[in-house]
Design a protein. Structure first.
Length: 281
């Protein structure tokens, strides 16, 4: 007797979707990175998501310049640069210039798991303050190494602050807090020192902005000030060449046939009579 046929799914396939992806999960205990669904499922460029996932997996201090990323990925500089701009505009990436005590300028790159996080690295635990007598002066704790110093707005370049505060007149979205203006002021001062006047710099910062900001406008302004090459310095007027006295030609002495310089043929100094030498002075 033939066995009855059944279209019912087997017990092993029960509960599985009939189409689409089916995950085979493996619990990882090392060498893995946690990504938010908002980042992993971000609509748009796959290069942007791939660059974000790669940067999230790197340890602190790893190079993430365009050249370093191009060495890892098959895409070129244009696609990598576009991905970094998209991540910065979305608030996942922030690149900040900081001046060292030696006067050198370095760039720090902050990558956020969730946009809008705290850009400052966590401070190490502070050591206990030593005991002191009641008459001793209070101990002022030093800044944590690597932490960005808080620059008051009053200490910033007033010309740079004027440019930044006037941006909202052109685009009402460009409203900056005092901390953001003080942080952007040094970069604006560099542009002003390079010969870019305030109207031209304002036009540069407000032209071609996206219709919708996905992060604070300060991040977009910081990216433009940092990544756009500065204009070439104005050419200095050529210095006038000092007029040099004409060089006298060589002559052959009529007396000893020795070469000497003189405006016209004759005798050298040794062959001239003493009277002519005194007359010549």
């Amino acid at each position: 007797m033939a066995e009855p046929q059944s279209n019912a799914p087997s017990r092993a396939d029960a509960g599985l979707p009939t189409s689409g992806v089916i995950h085979v999960r493996t619990r990882l205990t090392a060498d893995f990175t946690v990504l938010s669904n908002a980042l992993a499922q971000r609509r748009g460029s796959a290069v942007t998501v791939g660059v974000a996932a790669y940067m999230s997996s790197l340890p602190d201090g790893s190079p993430v310049s365009i050249a370093a990323l191009c060495e890892h990925f098959a895409e070129g500089e244009i696609l990598i640069s576009r991905a970094l701009r998209e991540l910065e505009a979305a608030g996942y990436l922030e690149r900040r210039r900081e001046r060292l005590s030696t006067g050198q300028i370095r760039t720090r790159t902050y990558f956020y798991d969730v946009p809008g996080g705290d850009p400052a690295p966590p401070e190490p635990p502070k050591p206990r303050a030593p005991r002191r007598s009641p008459t001793a002066a209070p101990v002022v704790p030093a800044s944590a190494p690597g932490a960005e110093p808080s620059v008051p707005l009053a200490a910033a370049d007033p010309r740079a602050i004027a440019v930044l505060t006037a941006l909202r007149r052109v685009d009402p979205r460009l409203v900056l807090s005092e901390q953001e203006a003080a942080r952007l002021a040094p970069a604006v001062s560099v542009w002003l020192a390079a010969g870019v006047d305030a109207p031209r710099l304002t036009e540069f910062l407000t032209t071609g902005l996206p219709d919708r900001f996905r992060a604070r406008p300060a991040g977009v302004l910081a990216f433009r000030l940092r990544e756009t090459p500065l204009p070439a310095p104005p050419r200095l007027p050529a210095e006038r060449e000092t007029e040099r006295p004409p060089v006298r030609p060589f002559q052959t002495c009529d007396g000893c046939e020795r070469a000497f310089r003189a405006p016209q043929p004759g005798r050298c100094r040794d062959c001239r009579p003493e009277s002519s030498l005194r007359a010549a002075g």
